[in-house]
Design a binder for this molecule. Structure first.
Ligand code: ADP
Ligand code: MG
Length: 346
């Protein structure tokens, strides 16, 4: 970063900054009537609208020692889009608010916006507004995402029913192992700033942590195949926690089959290297942004036919509890540790 040009935000002011960040901002969606530049944006939708927001705070949700600013911008959008997809809706607009201290140059904020714009392009979403303010110290990014869907296709967490099939997209635990790697290399660096940072060979898991994707493709597959899941949630806090949300809110039990839980080879090997049971990475590691959902039995074949959907269990009567059926043939109660619980084990 040392040789990069540094323009102080104070030299161009708040309006100058907003201008630099939002010039050439195109609106792609017909529902975006008025974007940046007035007191408020205007949108129009024939369908029902789905709205969500997430706030990312430096030192709590991200660490700038190992998070490139462009990735941070990208991820701050993706985590919100993932919540919209988890309602089986399509995101169309976002608003982005930032609080920045004078530690950051105009160029640094532009890097964040490069990531934000890249995510907008990739997912077909319009940036229609936001707010910009000063912060004493840390960086804060808040994104609001707005999506749409027909009311009968919106999917909640609380409609799973006995006999439904439990499915998940992609693979789990990678983002947590990526974070574990990044934190270890940060410690190595802090202890000896000249030491080699060894991230090679960990591209997949590090990418899962720094540049997650939202599963737009899965929502498109549902539309194409005429499938409406009975319940759905995105995996931001770990499989255990998300499964418990679905089961508690739907008042059902569940059997989750350990052998079916998708874990990438790189995640698996790295977990063993860190003396973590790989299944615990999937159960308790967060930030994979995959979709966990239940479908009626009639849709089983359609789920099986998709190469990136795994059938991982079945919804049962509430009295049977929420259980993990292990590789060894035992049943364990699933409890929610979240990734703080995992850290104690590591
Ligand atoms: P107001 O004083 O009415 O809040 P602002 O000067 O904050 O207006 O914002 C002017 C325009 O720029 C508005 O359309 C607002 O949505 C947009 N905007 C402000 N900050 C951001 C930002 N960080 N990202 C995207 N749009 C922004
Ligand atoms: Mg404002």
């Amino acid at each position: 970063m040392e040789n990069v040009k540094r323009t102080e935000i104070s030299s161009i002011g708040e309006f100058g900054l907003i201008d630099r960040l939002t010039s050439n901002n195109l609106l792609l969606n017909t529902s975006s009537i008025k974007g940046i530049g007035d007191d408020a944006a205007v949108i129009k939708s024939e369908k029902h609208q789905v709205v969500t927001t997430d706030i990312l705070v430096e030192g709590i949700h991200f660490d700038l020692v190992y998070t490139p600013l462009k990735h941070l911008g990208y991820k701050s959008v993706v985590v919100n889009l993932s919540d919209v997809y988890a309602m089986n809706a399509l995101p169309k607009q976002i608003l982005v608010s930032i609080a920045i201290s004078n530690r950051f140059s105009v160029e640094a904020i532009e890097e964040i916006y490069d990531g934000i714009k890249l995510a907008c392009e990739k997912y077909g979403v319009d940036l229609i507004g936001g707010d910009t303010t000063a912060s004493n110290k840390g960086l804060i990014i808040n994104v609001v995402a707005i999506g749409e869907q027909d009311i009968e296709k919106i999917v909640y967490r609380n409609k799973a029913k006995e006999g439904d099939i439990l499915c998940v997209s992609g693979d789990l635990g990678g983002a947590y192992m990526g974070l574990t790697m990044l934190q270890r290399e940060k410690q190595v660096y802090l202890n000896a700033p000249t030491a080699d940072i060894k991230l090679e060979g960990n591209d997949y898991i590090v990418g899962r942590q720094l540049k997650p994707e939202a599963r737009k493709d899965i929502i498109e597959y549902f539309a194409q195949e005429n499938v409406v899941p009975t319940s759905m949630i995105d995996v931001s806090d770990g499989l255990s926690s998300e499964l418990l949300h679905i089961c508690r809110q739907s008042n059902v039990g569940c059997q989750l089959n350990e052998v079916e839980v998708p874990i990438a080879n790189e995640t698996y090997d790295k977990a063993l290297e860190f003396h973590i049971d790989p299944i615990n990475c999937a159960l308790s590691g967060g930030e994979d942004y995959e979709l966990l959902f239940t479908i009626d039995k009639k849709d089983l074949l359609k789920a099986q036919q998709h190469p990136d959907i795994s059938i991982i269990g079945e919804i049962l009567d509430v009295n049977l509890g929420v259980k993990l059926f292990t590789k060894g043939g035992n049943y364990h109660d699933i409890i929610s540790l979240g990734w703080d619980g995992l850290k104690d084990e590591a």
